[in-house]
Design a protein around this ligand. Sequence first.
Ligand SMILES: [Zn+2]
Length: 364
Amino acid sequence: MTPYSNDYREARTRLLAAAEAAGGWTHEAIPHPLAGADGGPLSMDVLWRGPEDAGRVLTISSGTHGVEGFCGSALQLQFVGDAPALPADTAIMLVHAVNPYGFSHLRRVNEDNVDLNRNFVDFGGALENDAYRAIDGLLNPSEMPEGALAHIAAELGKLREATDFLSFLKAVSGGQYEFPRGIQYGGSGPTWSRRTVEALWRRRLASRRAVVQIDLHSGLGASGVGLLMMAANDDEPHKALTAEWFGPMMVTPRPRSRADTVLGGYMNGAMETELAGVRVVPMTLEYGTEPGEIVMGAMIEDNWLVHHGEIDSARGQAIKARLLRAFYPEAPDWRAAVLERGRTVFAAALAGIGAPDFEERLNP
Ligand SMILES: [Zn+2]
């Protein structure tokens, strides 16, 4: 049976039922203060399998970007059904719906219009994004007449040609902390999801020796391709190690300064900070869906809809449907490729974490 679900409620219910049926999993639901799109309760759910005192943990999280949870949740459900053998002294922790509000309400951002992967920043520090400020009016219009998206895409194309790629990327995707109704808003402080997941890490992971993290995303890259991404410098041992486990990955050097940061505020970066003393291998598995301008257009339209439109109108529903499909394609070949790649990555991660010399390699 397909592990793909039609809404947050179904995805959550099926995952918990599969864990119950498989046996060996413990479950903790962390309630979210708001209601789902169906009026029902929301939660971040934590499933744990393996020794409570395991020295090594593989953790796989879904739905950091709300609507991307459809893809991530299906991968988690397949993984539970596969019931993979656990190496000695190793446990698995699945975190379902880091951003349950966005998952349920079909938003990439959370209840505060915040992109969670821009929220894990030091809010006491400097957070200006001048390049975004200049284009907020373009990306965050109060009116969306017919043809508006094509106009925005054309203007972005001009901007792209007039500037270098990293500056362009920082402007449109780098996170901004000034326009709460804008695109790529990073928030005014730690969100519910950030506070909850950081507390979870401290509670469940801080006493481990090594943690391998895979945060599941969709919406960036070539359609159906699952690219593993990580921030690491060449001299860090986990860069060579993960290359052996997975083959080609997209590894970006760590920024040397705030000015050097293109995309900051990632959950994975915060996990490394929070779990000081634990060897953390923080990765993102990102699946491509549609071309970038389609995905960006869907985000812009959805942002307009939530702040200026009517979600229940015919147009509102059409925008919601486009957003869903930009991050969760229906094509059977896409869905099959996602599952196959996920199975391969999770198996390689478990084999890697279970290798006798794993910790030795991480601590040369
Ligand atoms: Zn994402």
